[in-house]
Design a binder for this molecule. Structure first.
Ligand code: C2E
Ligand code: CA
Ligand code: CA
Ligand code: CA
Length: 284
């Protein structure tokens, strides 16, 4: 650590130094990791709150690092965004997930085809290849555009101009669902929602946490109730994430939320797991 100005000294912070070294090491290792096939995807089911049936799954990327073991996206997505690797990595995630969804659909004859949700980083939104890449992948893998949902965080779209929204609009016109992820954390203007080509609001986990007590905090209940009624009046579906208990699921169902995701139903896991859940479902 360096000495600060005046007669003050900054204390050495070995942990911060170690973190910086790790960050640097991970950043330089990222491109090769993609070539070497060190990334893998876990899938977390999304269920209908009404009857608990499986609606689809969200794809969540992980990195099996040869030295550090399994790293979560929070540990490397920001680095991939910083270096631009997020574009090829994101394309790889989309391709794998779309292929996986197609396989589920082939093996699972439920009342409605299983759907796949894929996270999009803001860097991918501004990349000119987004629409064409998505069209190509859907065509190559033979998946209906209507079975794909792209999740974009609310903060990525705050103050978005038309140039940024154009690719999302085109995808929405093709039938791809656009979900506003982590909704409620970004202080966005609610009236602004009408302008965005989104069809799903994904309520941030913080709202779900407010439903832990039964009955929940009355103010939390009012807020979620308000968001759900606004969303439905704009023809948007509401998904909740981070549901960990049956009490949360029940209150969110009563409040009119449509679909849910969380450890209460299943942790993120390998693709076979979703297939098993969907099969149990189809068997009643
Ligand atoms: P997110 O999109 O908000 O995803 C939900 C996160 O909540 C996931 O963390 C998931 O494992 C976790 N989660 C699910 N159910 C529960 C629960 O009941 N309780 C709690 N406490 N947590 C739960 P994860 O997998 O670590 O992903 C973190 C973030 O990384 C994601 O947040 C998303 O923003 C980003 N991410 C993941 N995969 C991708 C990707 O392929 N591309 C991009 N651009 N971002 C990704
Ligand atoms: Ca997400
Ligand atoms: Ca989220
Ligand atoms: Ca999040």
């Amino acid at each position: 650590a360096k000495s600060a100005g005046g007669n003050r000294f900054e204390l050495a912070d070995p942990e911060a130094d170690a973190r910086a070294i790790t960050r640097h090491g991970l950043t330089t290792a990222l491109p090769a990791a993609l070539d070497r096939g060190e990334f893998f995807i876990e899938y977390q089911p999304l269920v209908h709150l009404g009857d608990g049936s499986v609606h689809g799954a969200e794809a969540l990327v992980r990195w099996l690092h040869p030295q550090h073991g399994v790293l979560g996206p929070d540990q490397f997505i920001p680095l991939a965004e910083h270096t631009g690797l997020i574009v090829p990595l994101g394309r790889w995630v989309l391709e794998q997930s779309v292929r996986q969804a197609r396989q589920w659909q082939e093996r699972h004859a439920g009342p409605a085809p299983l759907r796949i949700n894929v996270n999009l980083s803001p860097c991918q939104l501004t990349h000119p290849g987004l629409v064409q890449d998505t069209v190509d992948i859907l065509e190559r893998e033979g998946l209906d555009a209507g079975a794909l949902c792209l999740e974009v965080t609310e903060s990525a779209l705050i103050g978005a101009d038309d140039d940024l929204l154009k690719p999302l609009r085109r995808l929405a016109e093709m039938g791809v669902d656009i979900a506003l992820d982590d909704f409620g954390t970004g202080y966005s203007n609610l009236a602004n929602l009408r302008r965005l080509p989104v069809s799903i609001l994904k309520l941030d986990r913080s709202f779900t946490q407010g439903m832990q007590q039964f009955p929940a905090d009355p103010v939390d209940l009012k807020i979620v109730e308000g968001i759900v009624s606004l969303a439905h009046s704009l023809d948007l579906a509401v998904t909740v994430e981070g549901v960990e208990t049956g009490a949360q699921a029940e209150q969110l169902r009563i409040l009119g939320c449509d679909t849910a995701q969380g450890w209460y139903y299943a942790r993120p896991g390998p693709p076979e797991r979703l297939h098993e859940l969907a099969l149990v479902d189809a068997a009643g």
